[in-house]
Structure formats: C-alpha cells, structure tokens
Design a protein around this ligand. Structure first.
Ligand code: PMP
Length: 489
C-alpha cells in the first residue's frame, strides 16, 4: 500500500502536483476520505459521514460483490474488446434488456463524457448534420465536444464561446425558469417549454441545415434537480424528429433505477430516445459507460467504413463490474427502495417547507431530490448564501454530506447511494431541520439588529422595533418548540 500521509501533507502534495482547476469539495476544510462502506464514508480519523452525494457509488461504496467481480476478473484476464468475451456480450444483453425496443445495440466507453461524445458522433453521422440543441444550464461532460453543448460550463465567466452550431433551449424549470407554475398557472408548461425547441428546428430547416440531435438529461441535475413538466419530452422529441434530428437521453446521473418508478428517467416521460448515454452508477466507482442505440443508427456508423476502437471500453473487468452492479440492483430491490424512500423524503421535506419560509420548493423522483432555498418565498428569490451555509453545517456539525447546485447554487441536492435506508433518511432530516432552525434564528437576529440600528439612527419609528421584537419573540417560541421536537426524535 502507498504511504499514509498526514492530512496537511496530502494537501501540500495536492497543491503542488494537481492542477488547481480540479476543485475540492468543501474547499476551506476539505475531507480526506480513506474508506467507504455502503452509504457511509470515513475520514482519516475514522469519523463516519452519511453520504447523500455519491450517485456513483450506486449500490453502495465497496459493495463486496462488485469488488469480488472486479478482482476476480482482474486476476483472470483484462484485455480489449477485439477478443470475444462473455462478460461483454452479457453486459450488453442485460443493459439492452432494460431498454425499450429498438434500443438494442451498445458501444462501451469509459466515462459519461465519452458516452456523450460518441452519442453526438453517431447522431451527426446518421443525420449528416452538425447542429445540436441543448438545454440551458446543462452539463454533458468535460471533452471539447461536450463542453460545447454544456452551458453550465460555457456560461461561466472565462468559459469558452458557444459555437454557432449549438442552440440553447430553456431549461424546463417550472419553479425558477422562464415559464413557471406561478406566472402561468393554467398553461400547458410542457408545451410552452417544448416550443423554443420546435422554433429552433423550424429555423434550422428554413436555413436548409436541420438538426443532428437534441440532447438532454432526462431530469436535469446540474440545472438544479429539475423535473420537466408532463408532456415536455414528448413534444420536444416530436419536433426534433419532424426536423429529421435524433434525440439523445443523457442518463449518466439519473439512470439505473434512481428515479424509483422506472429504471430509466426518460421512461417517466413516456418517450423512447434514439440514443442513450449511461455511465457513473454503472461501474459503482469503476470507470465504465455505454452508448445504447438502434440497429439502424449503429449500421450507419458501421457503413462509414471507419472502425470504432476504444482500448478500455468494454474490457472484461469493466463489464464484470457492470454486470455485478445490474444484478445487485435487481437482487437487492434497490429501485423499489429508491421509490419508497424517495416518497418518504419528499413528504418529509414538504413538511419542512410548511415550517420554514426559507424553503421555496421541494422536488424529486426516487432518490433524486432537490430542495430550493430562497430569501423571499413570494418572489422566489434564490438564497445561495443559505445553501452554502447549510451544506457546510451539515458536514461540520452533523457529518452528513449534501451538495448544492443549480444556476444560482441554491438547491440542496440529494442523490445518495441506493442502499440509503429509512434510518439514513431520518438522520438527514433531523440534521437538516436543525440547520434550518439555526439558519432562520440567525437570519431573524440579523434583521432585528438591522431594524434596531435603523431605529437608533432615528430613521424608523418605534413601531417598527416593536414589530421586529414581537416577531423575534414569536419565532423564538417556535424555535423552542422545534428544539423540543428535535430532541424528542
Ligand atoms: N453527463 C452528465 C449528466 C453528468 O452529470 C456528467 C458528470 N457529472 C457527465 C455527463 C460526464 O461524465 P464523466 O465525468 O464520467 O465524464
């Protein structure tokens, strides 16, 4: 084993030899994780953290059967996919058995970025077109080709320019996006959000260029745990297909049963994509991904005469691991677990929303949950500062790991390993309740102090102070009740 370093030496070495662009979680006080088991991670001092972040460790960190499958295959043979191997064909058979017809042909790769890069190649080759429609705030990977279709990255200051063959449609966020359930209470939001895609298709056709593909995550994770409105993908896919384009579902984060009701998140919208990209959870931490498509699209790729070869994609070790992962999801009923726990978490978080003004929205499917924090519920004003404060306090005080995301980085994200259980959900909820209680208390104290300062400068009347003091007294009573509740759980 390599030498154990002190945490400060690890930090020093990292600062010296690892590019600073590779950012750490919890930058001011990073975690040194030395071990994982199930839904827990352990630091160098043996402190246990409840992991609500790692959707990669899908069936649980270091699941013994995954470890065994990988180790055994590694000790037997690992070579490339130009030799026949049973793990490869069985992996393809299982993966495609989970997909609707006609998605029956696989290409194996090593990451989500590679999967999306190949998906674009397949679509461009099949349609003989270049233009791609992507969604605002989307992230599809770190390769040049997929950075180009990732507004999450190119919209950052210092990000690269969007090429003219990339078209950005609005993110179908009905809480904070362009069309909301508040501004358009009786509208068909699915149709409203699909219209800009139809418009892009029409413009492209009028130019004689058409579109090669529309790519979207089935539930947008980087966009802030977005659940598209009903009918959205149906309408969007229809428009793209009418224009001769292909539809790519990026299931890199949300696939393999995470949404609970279905194995793939695109199924929740009743659509069948032409190409599906999968990765992250497929290897439970081992780098493996795949592109699944139709025989027709795969045939067109073959017809180019240019062979596709990927040194590691589909090697027997990766396939043995992916096979173990898919077997465990079924054997341990993890999709059903995600369904049940997801409902519980959503119910309990919605209850918290009734109690805490700072929660603007609670949404999710299965073990994919987003809680949007706001400073003004009526105006749906994002509260980024509060989200960061909560993420840090959850880690420091409660040893619970959550992250924040979304265009305003104010959405608390939960996407834990799928072996997450009821007790874990309660541990999260209790910790989260404490954070919200303390946050609200601090916010109130700050506003009372501000009101008092304003009053002492004789700008405000005594009435305002009395009101602020009253509010503070009422809220303090409420916190006392909540404290009792927390202690009693
Ligand atoms: N697509 C989505 C939706 C992702 O979230 C990610 C990774 N965060 C990728 C693609 C890229 O995957 P990878 O990091 O494995 O290349």
């Amino acid at each position: 084993a390599s030498q154990q370093l002190s945490k400060s030496d690890t930090i020093k070495l990292r600062n010296k030899h690892i590019g600073q662009a590779c950012q750490l979680f919890y930058r001011s006080d990073p975690l040194k994780i030395v071990r994982g088991q199930g839904q827990y991670m352990f630091d160098e001092e043996g402190t246990r953290y409840l992991d609500c972040i790692n959707n990669v460790a899908h069936v649980g960190h270091c699941h013994p059967e995954v470890v065994r499958a990988g180790a055994l295959q590694m000790a037997t043979i690992s070579t490339n996919n130009r030799f026949l191997h049973d793990e490869l064909v069985q992996c393809a058979r299982t993966l495609t058995s989970k997909m609707p017809a006609p998605l029956s042909v696989c290409f194996f790769v090593n990451s989500g970025s590679e999967a999306n890069d190949l998906a674009l190649r397949l679509a461009r080759n099949y349609t003989k077109r270049l233009d791609v429609i992507t969604l605002d705030h989307a992230y599809h990977g770190h390769l040049q080709s997929v950075m180009e279709i990732s507004p999450y990255k190119f919209n950052q200051p210092g990000g690269e320019q969007k090429p003219e063959y990339v078209h950005v449609a609005p993110c179908p966020d009905i809480y904070g996006g362009q069309f909301t359930d508040k501004l358009h209470p009786n509208a068909d939001l699915g149709a409203l959000y699909a219209q800009p895609i139809a418009d892009i298709c029409e413009r492209q056709q009028a130019k004689g260029q058409g579109v090669a593909a529309f790519i979207a995550e089935s539930l947008q994770s980087c966009g802030g745990q977005i659940l598209p409105p009903a009918g959205y993908f149906q309408a969007a896919y229809n428009a793209v297909h009418r224009a001769g384009g292909l539809c790519i579902a990026d299931e890199v984060q949300v696939g393999f049963g995470r949404v609970g009701s279905h194995y793939w998140a695109f199924e929740t919208q009743g659509v069948v994509p032409d190409i599906v990209s999968v990765a992250k959870p497929m290897g439970n931490g081992h780098p493996v991904g795949a592109v699944v498509t139709t025989p027709e699209i795969a045939q067109a790729f073959y017809d180019t005469g240019v062979a596709y070869f990927n040194t590691y994609g589909g090697n027997p070790v990766s396939c043995a691991i992916a096979n173990a992962v898919m077997r465990i999801i079924d054997e341990e009923g993890l999709q059903q677990n995600a369904h049940q726990l997801g409902e519980y978490l959503l119910r309990e978080c919605s209850q918290l929303k009734q109690e805490f003004e700072c929660i603007g929205d609670v949404r999710g499917l299965g073990l994919f949950v987003g809680i949007e924090l706001v400073s003004d519920r009526e105006a749906r004003m994002p509260d980024t500062k509060a989200a960061h404060w909560v993420v840090n306090r959850m880690k420091q005080l409660h040893k619970v790991l959550v992250s924040s995301d979304g265009p305003n980085d104010n959405v608390i994200k939960l996407k834990p390993p799928m072996c997450f259980n009821h007790e874990n959900a309660d541990e999260f909820l209790l910790a989260f309740r404490e954070c919200l209680t303390t946050l609200t208390q601090e916010q109130l104290q700050q506003s009372a102090a501000a009101a008092a300062a304003a009053a002492s400068s004789a700008v405000t009347t005594n009435g305002v102070i009395a009101t602020a003091a009253d509010t503070l007294a009422n809220k303090t009573k409420m916190f006392e009740r909540q404290d009792r509740l927390i202690k009693s759980v």
